[in-house]
Write a protein that binds this ligand. Structure first.
Ligand SMILES: [Zn+2]
Length: 107
């Protein structure tokens, strides 16, 4: 059974037994959303993703490039590859540095 996680995202086609899955497990998502590009998928069930956002310095009246990098958990029912654009949602901390979970892979 697939749960409604309260976000307008595509639900995964297959089911999984991952307890850290927002659709089929007991993990609830709340808080912020983070979308970015997957920069590493080497570790099992965890990815790193990065987003570039311009940061304005009023003293210099110029923009600087800033990068935000987070770690996110990948549920078993979602396939993610390096270079994909994914949407993640904040959840309770799964490990020391992981408190986001992948909810959708964008085209
Ligand atoms: Zn699942």
């Amino acid at each position: 059974m697939t749960r409604d996680i309260g976000l307008k995202v595509k639900t995964p086609e297959r089911e999984c037994t991952d307890k850290h899955c927002p659709f089929h497990g007991s993990l609830s998502v709340r808080g912020r959303l983070f979308d970015g590009k997957v920069t590493s998928d080497k570790s099992r069930q965890t990815i790193t993703l990065q987003k570039e956002s311009p940061m304005y310095f009023s003293k210099f009246k110029r923009y600087a490039r800033s990068k935000n990098t987070i770690h996110a958990h990948v549920p078993e029912c979602i396939d993610v590859e390096s270079g994909d654009h994914v949407l993640t949602a904040e959840c309770r901390p799964i490990s020391k540095s992981v408190s986001y979970v992948v909810v959708e892979v964008k085209e």
